[in-house]
Ligand binder design. Structure first.
Ligand code: SF4
Length: 282
């Protein structure tokens, strides 16, 4: 039977296999380290939390642990890639600008229409932002996005010979392009690992997995770049984003179906066979 269809309930004795494996670092008072949060509050045993001794030994960014997390993500999402539809670096750049505060599904509904209307970068460069606004209105923040797209098109035409630049420094000169957008374009289209894409999913999951303690994208990216091998930066980003969409959602993550569950001590897990770390939270 598929795991997750009928998730294991914590045993009354607390002697699950995984509990025995972590016994040496579990607090003595933790009779029931495994806990399913969805059980009624009165019947839910308190999650085991780190004591000072185990916290001192535990290193969440231990290279072995990071390797296991990457291997688990590879196993779960072997074909993860960017969900934004595109046929060129320009189309990917536009789609990524439009995806801010918007779902990829919505962006994928809008982009075919605008690329049919304005097939080339030059067509966009010739527009006034107000002309683009009605077509991208449904993606939200449409006035700013229209300015960014048209501004980027004009600069690509005037400064880069009509071609989307393929370096971080150059991409960052384009209006509306910050590191996240640049990383998407460089990693997905140009196959260059210049950084890690840090969006809402990567932020939440990196914090749950204790790969960072920071909350802001620049420092989270720096932390991840220190511990993830460079050749994996883009794949890691895509895999974590897919994980955030399919299992590790902000609310009620499907921990019983997660292949890296044993490596995750997140405080807001819905199912756990390992001790909970109260600081490991989004
Ligand atoms: S165990 Fe749950 S919280 Fe942890 S990574 Fe998996 S789905 Fe996310």
């Amino acid at each position: 039977m598929t795991r997750g269809t009928t998730p294991r309930r914590p045993s009354r004795s607390g002697r699950q296999e995984a509990v025995r494996a972590t016994k040496s670092i579990a607090p003595k008072s933790a009779a029931h380290p495994a806990v399913r949060r969805s059980t009624p509050a009165a019947a839910t045993p308190k999650p085991a939390v780190q004591n000072k001794k185990s916290a001192a030994r535990y290193n969440p960014i231990d290279p072995d642990r990071v390797r296991q997390i990457i291997a688990g993500l590879d196993q779960m999402y072997p074909n993860a890639t960017c969900a934004l539809h595109h046929r060129s670096a320009w189309e990917l750049l536009v789609a990524t600008i439009l995806s801010a505060q918007c779902t990829d599904v919505r962006v994928n509904m809008v982009t075919p229409i605008i690329f049919e209307k304005y097939p080339t970068v030059k067509d966009f460069a010739a527009l006034q932002p107000e002309q683009l606004e009605p077509d991208i209105r449904s993606t939200g923040f449409f006035r700013n996005k229209a300015k960014s797209v048209v501004g980027a098109a004009r600069m690509i035409v005037s400064d880069f010979g009509g071609k989307v630049p393929d370096t971080m420094d150059e991409l960052l000169t384009l209006p509306g392009v910050a590191r996240k957008t640049a990383n998407v374009v460089l990693g997905t289209w140009f196959k260059k690992n210049d950084g890690v894409v840090v969006d809402t999913h990567v932020t939440r999951i990196s914090r749950r997995l204790e790969l960072t303690r920071h909350e802001d994208a620049p420092r989270i990216e720096q932390d991840l770049m220190q511990i993830i091998p460079r050749e994996r930066w883009t794949d890691f980003s895509h895999e974590v984003i897919w994980h955030g969409r399919t299992l590790c959602m902000a609310r009620n993550p499907k921990c019983a179906d997660c292949k890296i569950e044993k490596l995750c001590h997140a405080a807001d897990k819905t199912w756990s066979t390992v001790e909970i770390h109260k600081d490991a939270k989004p």
